[in-house]
Design a binder for this molecule. Structure first.
Ligand SMILES: Nc1ncnc2c1ncn2[C@@H]1O[C@H](COP(=O)(O)OP(=O)(O)OP(=O)(O)O)[C@@H](O)[C@H]1O
Ligand SMILES: [Mg+2]
Length: 274
């Protein structure tokens, strides 16, 4: 679905740099250059996936966008304004759920709404709606430790959606799910997105998922991480079973895989796995 974009991008990342300094196992200071010359424009309302080898800096970039981490160089604009820390216009689904263990499922969903001072009755209603959406209504009074990994991840997704953010940052949101739940939530997320076209930036290790969901797929290099190529996924929507089984789908997947394959090999060498 090639889109002609006339308005300004939602996100503009220009030459972003991030270096981590830490103590190594011998107690010496070491620095790790994770992002270098990272450029990416995300269009308003688009579904853009980032794929890349483990450790290339995908979560680092999302955390920076979420205002949870700093960057050392370059520029990031959201809606043409310099990135600000702590903004409630960005919903974040972490790779590792990040639920509050002392709050019930409903309490977790209502948290952001409480901060925004949404009245109690309205909070309840919004939380109820999104719990229904992810099929967890019956568990609203349970605590995270009483849920399976897949259920926790669904709570995390519902929590991000309750903020009704302009920009949804999703870091491997379906990574911990079984295949069936994953497929159901992929379809649900696409349905939600198609209804109101909020911008979604989505990190995944699954090529199929990236191609299925996205308008465009950004492929990152192995560390130091930058965007190697951005593929336009020119497939019709909705992305039905038929689209998934089409020759065009396989072609797009193959193109993405060809770009990714060399980087995965490089990453293995860096980690000493090859
Ligand atoms: N706070 C930190 N201090 C030191 N190193 C860090 C820190 N955060 C991340 N790193 C390192 O930066 C690199 C990139 O990490 P990041 O989590 O962004 O990778 P990723 O692309 O999300 O990988 P994965 O696909 O495995 O989730 C890794 O080598 C990681 O060890
Ligand atoms: Mg990650």
């Amino acid at each position: 679905m090639a889109q002609v974009e006339l308005s300004a991008p939602k996100i503009q990342a220009k030459s972003v740099e991030r270096t981590f300094v830490f103590k190594n196992d011998q107690g010496r200071r070491e620095s790790l250059h994770v992002l270098a010359g990272f450029d990416l424009d995300v269009r308003k309302g688009e579904f853009l996936s980032i794929i890349g080898p483990s450790g290339c800096g995908k979560s680092t970039f999302l955390n920076i966008l979420a205002g949870l981490d700093d960057f050392d160089g370059g520029e990031i604009l959201i809606d043409q304004e310099g990135l600000k820390r702590r903004s409630f216009d960005r919903g974040l689904v972490f790779q590792n759920y990040a639920l509050m263990p002392w709050r019930t499922v409903r309490g977790n969903l209502e948290m952001g709404l409480e901060i925004r001072k949404v009245p109690r009755k309205e909070r309840r209603e919004i939380a109820k709606r999104y719990l229904e959406l992810v099929g967890l209504s019956r568990f609203s009074n349970q605590y995270p430790h009483q849920l399976s990994g897949g259920m926790k991840q669904r709570v995390a997704i519902a929590r991000a959606l309750t903020y009704e953010p302009d920009l949804l940052l999703m870091d491997e949101p379906f990574g911990a799910l079984d295949a069936q739940t994953r497929e159901i939530l992929q379809i649900e997320l696409l349905r939600i997105w198609e209804a109101d076209k909020k911008t979604i930036l989505f990190v995944t290790h699954s090529l199929d998922e990236a191609v299925l969901m996205s308008d465009r797929v950004a492929v990152m290099t192995a560390r130091t991480g930058r965007v190697k190529a951005v593929l336009e996924i020119d497939l019709p929507r909705p992305r039905t079973e038929e689209v998934r089984n089409s020759a065009e789908f396989l072609r797009a997947r193959q193109t993405a895989w060809t770009l990714l394959r060399d980087e995965v090999g490089l990453a293995c060498q860096v980690e000493g796995r090859a």
